[in-house]
Design a protein. Sequence first.
Length: 91
Amino acid sequence: MKKLCAVALMGLAFGTSQAAFAEVVVQTNNADGANRDSGIAAVKEKLNAACAERGGKPVSDSFEVVFEKTSPNPDVPKPYYVDAKMKCDLP
């Protein structure tokens, strides 16, 4: 019986620890740019800012471009459109 109580108390301590409440979320966002590089840089900046705003730490290895498109209209000032996603470690 003592072992059962000890195991239950350890489980309770682990379950209520701060690390147990941490989570990783996947954020998505989009941005426009004059070319591919500027569009990707803009969406990375937005994703990093959104993660920092929520008090998290961005996982930059997880950045992934989901969709990209160039506008055929030459009069558009930022013809390159990018959708991307990245993981964010939240406390």
